[in-house]
Ligand binder design. Sequence first.
Ligand SMILES: *Cc1c(COP(=O)(O)O)cnc(C)c1O
Length: 372
Amino acid sequence: MSISYNNITVRIHLDRIRANYELLSRKASAPIGVIKSDAYGHGLVPVAKTLAAAGACTLAVGTVGEALKLRKGGFDGRIIALLGALSSEEACSCRIGHIVPFVFSLQHLRMLSDAGSADAPLPVALKFDTGMARLGFCEEDIPGLLQALPGLPGIRVAIVASHFAVSDEPEKEDFTREQHETFLRITGALRSAGLTFEATIANSAAMLAYPETHHELQRPGIAIYGANPLHGTPNEHMGSGLSPAMDVGTPILQVHALPKGRSISYGRTFVAPRDMRVAITSVGYADAFSRGLSNRGVMMVNGQRAPIVGRVCMQMTAVDVTDIPHVSSGDTAWILGGPGECPVTPEELAAAWGTITYEAFCLLGLNPKTFE
Ligand SMILES: *Cc1c(COP(=O)(O)O)cnc(C)c1O
């Protein structure tokens, strides 16, 4: 799906995605590229091809449907479906498409075992909850699981996984360490029972900040796209060198004067405190550019910051270009990234938006994309 009615250009720099993945590969043995939700808005298949060329053997998506799309797109490595197989049809798709589903319930394990066979058991990833309290088996479920497994010949436990809640917040390190201790007990108990598998718990932030959590596989997502999950924390330097891969630009439709005392846009929420010049850009909330950025966000015009003035409209937003020389209709206003020395960073946009880089990428990535 892609928004089809606008003038936005979302430019994805695949070379930067490759460089980010290579940087992560130097920090740990086996980073799985997490490319769920259309690669965080960056484009499922182009990103997958880039990561495969950079050496990724395993990629992780959300749904089995996405995994099938990726398989059809030509990726022939291992695909993990983080949201699991939710029906016997999806379980069959896992078998046919060589897709490894995350599994978080005995019911789903039985369904997958029925789709597989003792000769060719389906590899699955057991998902454990160690503190996120979202999906997963608990440590207390292990005896029951170990009892059930001999009766499930159609599956093979290939991966044991968990997920961190606060690995991007150094001041909550105690909780991350507790989660990891729990994970170590879980993997230890399963290995003592004779299972052999790859363990994985590290997301981007843990990959950068907690090397002891790397295990056999790591699961970076956001860092691949160049946002630093440790931005604004004392550990920010651990994510240095990552390069944001998404640029979003929109044409300026008109530039005009806004005399002192005149208001602009709906609601008259901005009144010019001096004689000003404003540029009307061709982006709005229908392009997933949040109305919450009204009077808060900035764009980059001719290499300088142009603050948003007044309310963001459906397909237009005004910016203050009073102090920026030579702005005219047809120039590009950058809402993310942009050329030159001071691109709008994902962290800067997310902060003005009142959200995180992940959401800004996923939403802006709904617009038509070009790849370079
Ligand atoms: C999205 C996701 C990741 C990647 O997390 P980042 O913070 O983007 O690195 C890893 N594991 C699971 C289960 C996920 O859902």
